[in-house]
Design a protein around this ligand. Structure first.
Ligand code: NAP
Length: 245
């Protein structure tokens, strides 16, 4: 079966790992993001690894004019169209507290930009009656914490959006996987102190592909974050509000 994946935020460390895995099994990849040179290098690499199709596309979550060409290209693709969202930005909470205007971009990157594009793509997938959407959220979306509550709120919003999109697309035979990584060794977390149980981008990509294969709805990666977050979510608010975790 012909499968093509549109990877949004393709230069992310996790997306790079996923693009390598998809190319090696012969899927097509459309690498969408802001850094044209990096995307071109990735497309060349994907072709060498065996990708049936490897293209780049301009995608900036903060610039809706970049969305329509991606949808137009999707409409011309043969076979199954899948999409995976890796876009996100995490300014330090202290920076946001000092400059609340940073909230807009943070929410646009992790939630409203990708949600707008996926909402435009949904009818194309519904017409085909197949395909998978993968949305990368975060464990940070499971509970607002003092250290990153704006980023967490954006991820919570995206997770709720994905839940509704799953409900919609399942009626057309399509599937939506919500991915909640814990700490992952990527550019986003470079230099952050106090991280523990840090996973590799390759581990996250492998977990995502397994979840797609098994049609899982929501996954934590690595799996044990499901239990860590269960504990964190069950701390009563009068106690939680005094913690700095
Ligand atoms: N690392 C972790 O511990 C962790 C944990 C939980 C969830 N996550 C989530 O995992 C996803 C992948 O992140 P990562 O850890 O692999 O970090 P990363 O390497 O920094 O990737 C972030 C990606 O988002 C893209 N991006 C940011 N703003 C954008 C915009 N306005 N338009 C288009 N693309 C934009 C970046 O593109 P550029 O290359 O152009 O900057 C980059 O490709 C993110 O959604 C992140 O929130 C990460």
């Amino acid at each position: 079966m012909t499968e093509t994946w549109i990877l949004l935020g393709a230069t992310s460390s996790m997306a790079r790992a996923m693009a390598r895995a998809l190319a090696e099994r012969g899927d097509g990849v459309i690498l969408a993001g802001r850094d044209a040179d990096e995307l071109q290098a990735m497309a060349d690499d994907a072709r060498l690894r065996g990708a049936r199709l490897a293209e780049t596309a301009v995608f900036d979550a903060r610039d809706p004019e970049t969305f329509a060409p991606i949808i137009a290209r999707a409409e011309t693709l043969e076979g199954t169209i899948n999409a995976a969202v890796f876009v996100g930005s995490m300014p330090e909470q202290a920076q946001i507290d000092a400059d609340p205007s940073l909230i807009d971009g943070t929410v646009t990157d992790s939630f409203t930009g990708p949600a707008r594009l996926l909402t435009m793509l949904a009818p194309v997938m519904e017409t085909r009656g197949k395909g998978t959407v993968v949305g990368v959220g975060s464990v940070a979306g499971d509970r607002g914490r003092v250290g990153n509550y704006v980023y967490g709120a954006a991820k919570a919003g995206f997770a709720t959006y994905l839940s509704g999109l799953r409900n919609r697309l399942t009626r057309a035979g399509c599937h939506v996987v919500t991915v909640k990584p814990g700490f992952v060794d990527t550019g986003m977390t470079w230099g952050i102190e106090g991280m523990f149980l840090v996973a590799s981008p390759d581990k996250v990509a492998a977990d995502i592909l397994k979840a797609v294969r098994k049609k899982r709805n929501v996954i934590y990666t690595p799996f044990f974050w499901r239990y860590i977050m269960l504990i964190i979510r069950s701390v009563p608010e009068p106690i939680f509000k005094k913690l700095s975790i």
